[in-house]
Design a protein around this ligand. Structure first.
Ligand code: GDP
Ligand code: MG
Length: 187
């Protein structure tokens, strides 16, 4: 009798489903703002000086569309574009590939990442979504990459595309990460 009681109580306490996990890898040229975006998403704050060589993975419990999810963010710090990708390719449920709208070179590097990641994800089931992010929207005056360039690249590789700024409003940065979660849920 007491055993049955215990069982019933356990059922009430333990949730039926643990929150799902979503592993997001942030890729892109050095200086494009990967760490600034990651820190903004996690803390709502803009940190202007962040160790450019620091690579780390962070975890945050989020509610996306009223559903809990543990979002893990790997903020990469590669200097040479898409080389030694093994550590994140298999781990990732989604990729944020970042460039800076005021830096043409960062867009070229971003393109290389999109190509390399697509090559890897093509055969996967489910396919890990890629989200293209043009960062530093506050630097409009110094823009070197047209919005249409980003749109064209995104269309070519069928990925979502957003222009944001790590130092402006929190909601649009949060939305980029949440869209990654939504894309993963859709798979
Ligand atoms: P990472 O190498 O891709 O991680 O780039 P960081 O996050 O370290 O940012 C590189 C530099 O760009 C730093 O000086 C940041 O303060 C700056 N930065 C990052 N995001 C933005 C942004 O949205 N707007 C502006 N104006 N500067 C930014
Ligand atoms: Mg960084």
């Amino acid at each position: 009798m007491s055993m049955m009681f215990g069982k019933a109580r356990t059922c009430n306490i333990v949730p039926e489903h643990e929150p799902a996990e979503c592993n997001i890898v942030v890729l892109g040229a050095m200086g494009s703002g990967k760490s600034a975006l990651t820190v903004k998403f996690l803390t709502k704050r803009f940190i202007s000086e962040y160790d450019p060589n620091l690579e780390d993975t962070y975890s945050s419990e989020e509610m996306v569309d009223q559903q809990p999810v543990v979002v893990k963010v790997m903020d990469t710090a590669d200097q040479d574009g898409p080389v030694n990708c093994d550590r994140y390719l298999a781990w990732a449920s989604a990729f944020l590939i970042v460039y800076s709208i005021d830096n043409r070179l960062s867009f070229e590097v971003c393109q290389q990442y999109v190509e390399a990641v697509t090559l890897y994800t093509k055969g996967l089931q489910p396919e890990a979504p890629i989200i293209l992010v043009g960062n530093k929207l506050d630097m409009e005056r110094y823009r070197q990459v047209n919005k249409t360039d980003g749109e064209t690249l995104a269309t070519r590789f069928s990925c979502l595309f957003f222009e944001v700024s790590a130092c402006l409003d929190f909601a649009s940065v949060q939305n980029v990460f949440y869209e990654a979660v939504r894309e993963v849920r859709r798979e």
